[in-house]
Design a protein around this ligand. Structure first.
Ligand code: TRP
Length: 464
């Protein structure tokens, strides 16, 4: 009798897919965290916000907010073994509490993020090709700037590269959780580290690299404003793929015996390492050739090509650099798209292939508005932002922190301390009471308060 219950459970979990091994779960989760956030956002935000001081605030945000939210999401998903919306529904203590709203908000955020993310990934892929043919390399930033503008104002090219990227994501996801997500990230993550180390060595051995290292590691706190703190917090959410149900969905594929506190902490530290390595690939080279680090989102596409053009064999390193950015972006995008795919697949009993194709096509259609935000739709502005910037701002600085806030409030105040304890200790088999005790306090008080204050202050909603 017990055996047949077990057998049924195994069958059920096989039919909904899961990561085959603990290592696979770790690598897939890291693959979600690592992405354009490390290679594009982290460097340009660090550059625009003055360097080391911003990084310190970012690190504090990942420790006190990022890690607790990631643990919360993974444990909820693993407990419910369902997509993000169904997870919140299932675990809600009463059917009258609408916690599923977190999942629904998450699906909205997934669309907003994918819209601009797939466009940036498209530029990255375009740059792999363009730098292979040397057509965009010039030591003159005006020339590289011109090359970038030519790309982004061309509606056909913009759509072409974005849709190409989405097609790749679709092909991977159709293959399923273990054969698609897990197998792909297992190959990509080691490749990413190798490429990153090669570019790092090149950058760090340039004469004059020291300035860039100083920029990354010696803080100047006078540059930090309330808006910069909100940006650092938003980056922590974006970087760790939290606040919208990605980690709930991935947690639902984690093996039962996996140690949640240590595995999530490893993901967080590895992700931070990738960001620092990306910073070390970029800033020493930027300073060595006398460029400015504060270019904003175009740092990667205007400044970096000039930097590479200034060094011997620069075009080879530039191809490697954009290749590694594309590799990083892939693991992140499949995790974003998996949220609606898992939902359609389970909730509407739709086949995985159908759910994946439907989701990618919907993202391609909606995402076109971001791809065309520099050309046909350049006139569409809201709050002084074009659609591309608006999607980024609303998701990173509003939806993700809000989602994260609700998730920690749920785990800290509504789900029950005994359930948290059981989830984090694997029903008592791990002896980690001290960690659990600290977690309970942080998730109840520290994380929600920090998110709330930083959000309200950063959005100018507080009187001081
Ligand atoms: N973390 C990824 C990056 O840094 C982006 C990402 C993937 C993401 N999944 C997410 C961001 C879910 C927010 C929510 O590039």
């Amino acid at each position: 009798m017990n055996n047949s219950i077990e057998a049924n459970k195994v069958k059920a979990s096989m039919s909904r897919g899961s990561f085959a091994t603990a290592l696979g779960a770790f690598v897939a989760t890291l693959g979600s965290a690592v992405g354009l956030g490390n290679i594009w956002k982290f460097p340009y935000l660090t550059g625009a916000n003055g360097g080391a001081a911003f990084i310190i605030i970012y690190v504090i945000s990942t420790l006190l907010v990022g890690l607790p939210v990631m643990m919360a999401e993974i444990m909820l998903g693993r407990k419910a073994r369902a997509n993000a919306i169904a997870t919140m529904n299932k675990l809600s203590p009463s059917k009258r509490q609408p916690w599923w709203v977190i999942g629904a908000m998450g699906a909205l955020a997934a669309f907003l993020i994918m819209a601009f993310y797939s466009e940036v990934a498209g530029w990255v892929v375009a740059y792999i090709f363009k730098s292979s043919f040397g057509s965009i390399l010039s030591t003159n930033p005006e020339v590289t700037s011109q090359a970038f503008s030519t790309l982004v104002v061309d509606p056909i090219q913009s759509l072409f590269w974005q849709w190409l990227v989405l097609a790749v994501v679709c092909v991977i996801l159709v293959r399923g959780v273990s054969k698609g997500i897990e197998a792909t990230t297992k190959r990509l993550i080691p490749l990413l580290f190798v490429l990153l180390l090669i570019v790092d060595i090149r950058s760090l051995t340039l004469p004059g690299a020291g300035e860039g290292i100083k920029f990354l590691f010696s803080p100047d706190f006078s540059k930090i404003t309330a808006a910069a703190v909100l940006t650092a917090l938003g980056l922590a959410f974006f970087k760790l793929s939290i606040g919208m149900g990605t980690m709930i969905t991935y947690g639902s594929y984690w093996p039962d015996g996996q140690n949640i506190p240590t595995s999530t902490a490893r993901v967080m530290f590895s992700d931070l390492l990738v960001s620092i390595l990306a910073g070390l690939a970029i800033f020493p080279a930027v300073f060595a050739f006398g460029y400015e680090p504060g270019a904003g989102p175009s740092l990667l596409f205007i400044t970096i090509p000039s930097v590479f053009a200034s060094m011997p064999f620069g075009n080879i390193f530039m191809v490697l650099f954009f290749l590694l950015a594309a590799v990083a972006a892939t693991g992140a995008m499949i995790s974003l798209v998996e949220v609606p795919v898992a939902f359609l697949n389970e909730q509407f009993k739709m086949s995985r292939s159908k759910a994946t194709v439907l989701t990618t096509v919907a993202i391609a259609v909606f995402g076109s508005s971001a791809a065309l935000s520099n050309s046909l739709l350049a006139g569409v502005q809201l709050f002084g932002m074009n659609l591309f910037d608006l999607y980024d701002f609303v998701s990173s600085n509003i939806l993700l922190p809000l989602g994260g806030l609700l998730i920690v409030i749920f785990v800290g105040w509504f789900w029950g301390d005994d359930k948290v304890k059981a989830a984090l200790s694997n029903n008592g088999s791990l002896k980690n009471q001290a960690i659990i005790a600290a977690y309970t306090v942080i998730v109840k008080f520290v994380t929600p308060l920090l998110v709330l204050v930083v959000m309200l202050r950063g959005l100018n909603l507080l009187p001081f």
